[in-house]
Ligand binder design. Structure first.
Ligand SMILES: [Zn+2]
Ligand SMILES: [Zn+2]
Length: 658
């Protein structure tokens, strides 16, 4: 028997018999710590049962890693398909990939699955798991595979296709078989790897059913998609389901309705939203904050229209590189006044700011020139991906463009990073960004500009990140078509990550628009341009804040900061007086003049998540005080109105998160 050398990535080696399994190799290397379910062999994911007949580096994949969870979800998807075909004879199964946090499987069945069906399927899956069926990998020729799936048209289509990611290779097709106790077996097309057997499935749950089209194509067969989730332990599964529950309770569309913040009636069109007064008041605070902060940091305000001629978008390159994300043009020749041409709703504000710069001769003394606008843009998103304010077709960016010399680029980016971190802190994300990424040049054909330009811009961003002392990762090829960028993520109260701010360095748009400045030596040079948005989209950040705070905004953002609640009819006059006093101090206050009982009033304002309720009766009217009932439940009596004003103004100024 020949022998081979196996190694761990850290260099540890063992000489072992050729033909041993991956599991045995890990054993020999002493690398089977934790719950190992598969391995990376020379960087390729492999089953524990795969045999090794050449020297290799072997690295364990544990159940609680990202790769491990994907393998678990893959394996559970097979179990799901087996259960469905057991319970629904004649069911055709299409594809069942792992996805973020779970998996799905598409089936062609006579009738949509009911919730009772899902329960039965889940029960059958548990039986299959208990039966401990092995996952056996086999390579078949294309002909053999077509025969194995003789009555499965979707699988046959995949086999005759060329997509190797679904298990159909050039020469061979890999399948995984689950032998059943009765001598039969259940097979599915797959590249693997999988768990050694069904018994290894740690924890799973089926979640819901949705319609889906074969290949996502509306002209093709309508299928029934079952979604599920699977994790490395019951504990991890429960934690995930709990997070989903929390997310549902905080959904900005649900809270938007309940708190009367916004709505999206059908007449508006997909991906569009109207803000009601309470939502608008929160947004106003955000926008006021943004305007003040920009002026303080030396930005100058500009305004631009919502539409622009096609010439503008040709000059900027948007019609060449961004047309898919733009709404179709408005055609002017139909009006009959001799004016001909297309107008486009703006997908970005940049071209307008370039025109402001170009409106007169610029000197180096004016640089850096920082132009800022709360600019509303329109982007065409497929209706399937639109999601409330989080992914909308119209939204407002807290946009700015900084025009500067080559020598100023790094300093300006450092300043923008500092500004970004201030915004995170002021809006309650005191721990700062949870992820910072430098996105580099996409495939050349999808970009404008020279190699030198790209490498200068990438280097400038990296240098600025290092000077800011931020840890960051590189997202290869994720830059914009005109330049690389830095992306900032924050993590919300229930652990979800959100992409917010971006900073991009651009040397292309200034060239396309012919921007110049007069240098100290008198010669004319081209400025650099930095694109940046800190909230990103005001509406999207609004939605994130709604979900992060669960609708209980900190005092400075709350639409109604306090409600004065008179106990009886005789206390309305004093309540009005208190309300007027607080309003004149700049606070947003309502007086509850309704006929409801005191209990009903307090409950209603508590549900509206109003930060403070100020209850007034005889004693308060006489002493010039209020009884303060905080949203947190804390109650205090006999607080003078003057003291209360100071207290609330202080809380507003500190932007404290209660
Ligand atoms: Zn699989
Ligand atoms: Zn821009």
């Amino acid at each position: 028997m020949s022998s081979i050398v196996v190694a761990q990535p850290d260099g540890q080696q063992r000489t072992v018999d050729s033909g041993i399994t991956v599991a045995e190799a890990l054993e020999a290397l002493g690398a089977r710590r934790g719950r190992v379910i598969a391995a990376l062999v020379d960087g390729e994911e492999r089953d524990l049962s795969a045999s090794l007949d050449a020297p290799a580096t072997v690295e364990p994949i544990t159940a609680d890693s990202d790769r491990g969870r994907t393998i678990i979800r893959h394996s559970v998807a097979h179990v799901l398909a087996q259960a469905v075909t057991d319970l629904f004879p004649g069911a055709k199964f299409a594809i069942g990939p792992p996805i973020a946090d779970g998996f799905y499987y598409d089936f062609d069945v006579e009738a949509p699955f009911t919730p009772e069906d899902l329960e039965r399927i889940e029960e059958r899956m548990r039986e299959i798991i208990t039966a401990d069926q092995a996952f056996e990998r086999r390579a078949l020729s294309r002909e053999e595979a077509l025969e194995a799936f003789a009555d499965q048209p979707y699988k046959r289509e995949i086999i005759t296709g060329v997509d190797t990611s679904e298990g159909a290779g050039e020469a061979a097709v890999t399948i995984y078989a689950n032998p059943r106790g009765d001598g039969t077996e259940w097979v599915d097309l797959c590249r693997g790897p999988h768990l050694p057997s069904t018994r290894w499935v740690p924890a799973f749950a089926l979640q819901r059913v949705a319609g889906a089209y074969w290949r996502g194509d509306e002209s093709k067969q309508q299928l029934q998609r079952i979604y599920g989730t699977a994790w490395e332990s019951g504990k991890a599964l429960r934690a995930h389901l709990e997070r989903l529950e929390q997310a549902r309770a905080r959904d900005h569309r649900k809270l938007g309705r309940e708190l009367d913040l916004l709505s999206s009636p059908e007449e508006l069109g997909t991906g569009l939203t109207i803000f009601h007064p309470r939502g608008a008041l929160v947004r106003l605070q955000m926008e006021d904050y943004s305007r003040h902060a920009h002026l303080e940091r030396g930005y100058q305000p500009v305004y631009s229209p919502n539409i622009g001629r096609s010439l503008l978008w040709e000059t900027s390159g948007h019609l060449d590189f961004y047309a898919d994300s733009m709404f179709p043009p408005m055609r002017m020749q139909d009006k009959g006044h001799g004016e001909v041409g297309d107008y486009y709703a703006k997908p970005m504000n940049c071209p307008f700011h370039l025109l402001v710069y170009r409106s007169r001769t610029r000197s180096y003394r004016e640089l850096p020139l920082r132009l800022a606008e709360l600019g509303t843009v329109y982007r065409y998103e497929r209706s399937g991906v639109v999601h409330g304010l989080l992914r909308a077709r119209g939204f407002t960016q807290d946009d700015a463009h900084i025009f500067c010399t080559e020598e100023q680029v790094v300093d300006e980016v450092v300043e923008v990073i500092d500004f970004t971190l201030q915004v995170f802190r002021d809006f309650g994300f005191v721990e700062g960004p949870s992820r910072v990424a430098l996105s580099t040049r996409p495939p050349k054909a999808e970009t404008v500009g020279t190699d030198e330009g790209w490498s200068f811009a990438e280097k400038a961003l990296a240098t600025a990140l290092e000077r800011s002392g931020l840890e960051y990762v590189i997202d290869e090829g994720e830059g914009a078509f005109y330049g690389p960028k830095i992306d900032f993520q924050i993590t919300d109260a229930i652990g979800r990550a959100w992409q917010l701010s971006t900073i991009q360095v651009d040397f292309n748009e200034p060239e396309r628009f012919g921007l110049r400045y007069v240098a100290p030596e008198g010669d004319s040079r081209q400025p650099f341009m930095i694109h940046r948005a800190l909230f990103g989209s005001v509406e999207r950040f609004f939605a994130i804040l709604v979900e992060h705070f669960g609708g209980a905004f900190p005092l400075w953002l709350a639409p109604v900061q306090a409600v004065v609640v008179p106990i009886g009819e005789g206390h309305h006059a004093y309540a009005d007086q208190v309300g007027a006093r607080l309003r004149s101090a700049g606070l947003r206050v309502e007086v509850d003049g309704s006929d409801d009982t005191l209990g009903a009033k307090i409950r209603r304002h508590q549900l509206d998540k109003v930060p403070y309720q100020l209850v007034v009766g005889d004693a308060e009217a006489e002493a010039g005080t209020v009884a303060v009932r905080a949203r947190s439940g804390r109650q205090r009596k006999g607080v003078t109105v003057a003291a209360l004003v100071d207290e609330l103004l202080d809380e507003v100024a500190s932007r404290r998160v209660a």
